[in-house]
Design a protein around this ligand. Structure first.
Ligand code: AMP
Length: 368
């Protein structure tokens, strides 16, 4: 079976690496000249809206998916009209727009931080009166890794945030403002839903960000919020008639979950599952998309994942740490860019902590 993937970044690369043992083949569509999945399958290097490229893409595969959530809606419509597209295009419509996401969470009775849409400078003052300070202003679309965001702590911050995100530099960018959550933890729940509606859930993952970029993910054992996170993820997945892996990111404040966002795709906070679970998020996504029975989402021992940001340590230093599994994405070093990750596994919590401390120190010593 040939799987068409919209996007050919590191997530596409890891999907292909998981798919080859299952005898799946891949075709990618991505406009980038240096897409890092390109060496793993036929790659159509054209814009997402190029009609000839879309026709070629659809003619080359049996079923389509995406690894990039900002695929234009028209692309998803064209592909979805010709082929089974999983997750369905509606998941993109929701996942691409923070306001759509929040409205859906509200409709499904999933708690969210207070928020208000903001389309003009005047509306920002009103939104802040409603939401309060501190708050976070975010562009509704195209934000990632902390980009398209500003923290508002005092009234004087509003002008600057507006001119940066919604005003002079990017006129008429629809934004929203949400309450700043003084969270104790950030958790994500990775769920997979098969074509037949069966759902499985990975252990929830505790995520540590810096400068809006994910640094470390640690799957939790028997977390008290596991059942609640699964319930919320199930509500969203069933509502969207979802097929594939979905990531749901939460803030934990006073022991309660508050929805932050969903990603309608495999997710960075699930990379640990390649070595740390029975069946990785990448394999399970492909199983769902291909109509195969889902694999076990159970953890195998203890594990944690550390991102290489900007630059990766050299292999000799990484491989010298016991239990480390290295993943380079084939990307050129660049400040703030995710260029790879490592997962560290161990048989006990204490051993994991020792190895993780060593790995984090090594990764941080070269990060930029
Ligand atoms: P996001 O792109 O929305 O996932 O935001 C990136 C990171 O910024 C989050 O993982 C948090 O660490 C931080 N952040 C975003 N929104 C809020 C908020 N409302 N309150 C506190 N921290 C936030």
């Amino acid at each position: 079976m040939k799987i068409g993937v919209l996007g050919a970044g590191q997530l596409g690369r890891m999907l292909a690496l998981a798919g080859y043992p299952l005898d799946l083949q891949f075709v990618f569509l991505d406009p980038a000249t240096d897409a890092c999945a390109a060496s793993l399958g036929e790659t159509i290097q054209q814009p997402y809206l190029d009609e000839a490229a879309l026709a070629r893409f659809c003619a080359s595969c049996d079923v389509a998916t995406y690894e990039f959530e900002n695929v234009p809606a028209h692309t998803a419509e064209v592909v979805g009209a010709k082929l089974p597209l999983y997750p369905p295009a509606v998941a993109l419509t929701v996942g691409q727009d923070r306001l759509n996401e929040k409205k859906l969470f509200d409709a499904l009775n999933i708690p969210v931080p207070r928020y208000m849409p903001v389309a003009a400078r005047g509306a920002l003052d009103m939104a802040i009166r409603n939401v309060g300070l501190p708050a976070v202003m975010k562009t509704r679309r195209l934000g990632y890794d902390g980009k398209g965001q500003a923290v508002l702590r005092k009234p004087e911050d509003l002008d600057d945030a507006w001119s940066r995100l919604g005003g002079a530099e990017a006129p008429h960018t629809p934004c929203l403002v949400e309450a700043f959550v003084p969270f104790e933890r950030e958790l994500s729940c990775l769920a997979v839903r098969g074509r037949d509606g069966e759902m499985r859930f990975y252990p929830v993952v505790a995520n540590q960000h810096r400068d809006g970029i994910l640094r470390v993910s640690i799957p939790q054992q028997d977390d008290p919020l596991q059942a609640q996170a699964e319930d919320y993820a199930r509500r969203v997945a069933e509502h969207l008639n979802y097929v594939g892996v979905m990531a749901f990111e939460f803030f934990v404040s006073e022991g309660q979950l508050y929805a932050n966002e969903i990603a309608p795709r495999v997710h960075n906070s699930g990379h640990w599952s390649i070595e740390g679970s029975e069946c990785s998020q990448f394999e399970n996504h492909l199983r769902a998309v291909a109509g195969l029975p889902l694999g076990s989402t159970a953890a195998r021992g203890h594990s944690a994942m550390v991102n290489f940001i900007g630059r990766a340590p050299d292999n000799a230093a990484l491989c010298a740490i016991a239990g480390v599994h290295v993943h380079h994405y084939g990307k050129a070093p660049k400040p703030q860019r995710k260029v790879g990750h490592a997962t560290v596994t161990a048989n006990s919590e204490a051993e994991l902590q020792r190895r993780l401390t060593e790995l984090v120190a090594l990764v941080e010593s070269v990060a930029s």
